[in-house]
Design a protein. Structure first.
Length: 202
């Protein structure tokens, strides 16, 4: 299948890696992109496949792949062996690296960081200054906001939320409408409509 973009002569260097700005060679109506419009930066043409698009000053390099109908915008970065697929969005100053998989309708935005082997899928949202790492799974309609951190083998699912400066680690599981906020640290199970606040440890 022919590529829907080409490299321009414009380059930039990021973390010692030379990246090349792309230009659309066909219309991509779902993103409001017309043939001839400039996009973001790639290291290799294999970084972008399907009908996905990298816009603005977003950057993809290493073995990372943005595929299917995914979209990167603003100043976001996807690198390492990360894979962004489906209708996923990585926006603003978000940073995705490692062997991360962001898929379906998931969004990583603002100054959020998703690293290591984390998976963010379905309708999940990671935003603000939140950090997701380790083997964490953020799925369904779950969200992680503010300065919250999820690591270890944490699973966040359902309509669960993490916000404030809360932290989930170890084998924590937050599901249903569970909420972890404030400075709470969770290593166990939070479910139902439970709220863990302050300096609580579950």
């Amino acid at each position: 299948m022919p590529k829907h973009f080409e490299f321009t002569n414009e380059t930039t260097t990021y973390n010692g890696v030379t990246l090349h700005r792309i230009r659309a060679t066909k219309d991509l109506p779902r993103f409001g992109v017309m043939a001839g419009d400039l996009g973001g930066f790639l290291e290799h043409d294999s970084n972008l496949t399907g009908n996905a698009w990298v816009a603005d000053n977003a950057k993809v390099f290493g073995s990372a792949i943005v595929s299917e109908s995914a979209f990167l915008g603003d100043n976001s970065v996807v690198c390492g062996s990360a894979w962004v697929s489906g209708n996923a969005r990585v926006l603003d100053n978000a940073y995705v690296s490692g062997k991360v998989w962001v898929s379906d309708n998931a969004r990583v935005a603002k100054n959020a960081r998703v690293t290591s082997h984390a998976v963010v899928n379905k309708n999940a949202l990671v935003t603000d200054h939140a950090t997701v790492d380790g083997d964490t799974l953020v799925t369904d309609n779950a969200s992680i906001r503010d300065h919250a951190t999820a690591g270890g083998c944490t699973i966040i699912s359902g309509y669960a939320t993490m916000n404030g400066c809360s932290r989930a680690c170890g084998s924590a599981e937050i599901r249903d409408h569970g909420e972890v906020r404030g400075n709470a640290v969770v290593e166990g199970l939070v479910y139902g409509i439970t709220v863990i606040d302050g300096n609580c440890t579950n």
